[in-house]
Write a protein that binds this ligand. Sequence first.
Ligand SMILES: C[S@@+](CC[C@H](N)C(=O)[O-])C[C@H]1O[C@@H](n2cnc3c(N)ncnc32)[C@H](O)[C@@H]1O
Length: 254
Amino acid sequence: MPNLYESRKYLSEYLLFHYGNRQDLCPFHFAPKNAFHFHRRIAREMIRPVRKPGSRALDLGCAVGRLSFELSRLVDEVIGIDGSRSFIRAARRLAAKRSATFRIQDEGDLSSRRSIRLDPGFRTRRVRFEVGDAQRLRRDLGAFDLVVMANLIDRLPDPQECLRRLPRLVKPGGQLVITSPYSWLAEFTPRKNWLGGIRKKGTMVSTPDGLRKLLGPYFNLVKRRDLPFLIREHRRKFQWVVAEATTWIRSRDG
Ligand SMILES: C[S@@+](CC[C@H](N)C(=O)[O-])C[C@H]1O[C@@H](n2cnc3c(N)ncnc32)[C@H](O)[C@@H]1O
């Protein structure tokens, strides 16, 4: 299957999702209001302040980078990693120029131009973007005070492979934030690797159950929230999704 996240369609949808204003994202007065500013809400509602010099954050599956820039307000160094070359190229360009222009689909072949500008509060020099595979991260990444995986786990072929690295990636006392709508699809994740949404020996296993089983020996769950977001496909079509967001603290033992 071709990587959808390399397509122009996804690039434009994600640039709008991450940086678009409310009017461009969904101008209808009956739009679900809480579904805007998803990445800002993750930073504000799910992350405890990190107050120490040299603090580091990792945004795994960063796409076009909005959450990485939000994290630049909270820590001294941010690394954003994504498997899509075109997303990382766009994120780097935004970090350098602080603005971008692109086209969004309106109807059929019709499209229109949109411009976006980074919030002046983003400390772009603190952020570095890399192409990488969340399941095979380079060994010399080091450890982080904060690791965020926003809407990534159900897009990985083998999420457990990625989760196995987390106890070493998050410093003792550090934070791990995971958001996901748990939209398991065989085209991204073979059924045998789903963390939940399955029956095991007749028992229903939900993804929160699966996460607790895998992370519980190393992390304590300290917060849970329902976080909605909206992705615009075209002028009259939107995805309204409710992710579950959880914050975990790395235990000092285990
Ligand atoms: C549903 S999007 C979420 C993007 C972003 N975190 C957000 O909340 O808007 C999933 C992202 O994961 C990336 N991705 C998929 N598989 C990956 C992998 N194995 N390693 C790193 N990134 C991956 C995709 O390129 C895409 O940017």
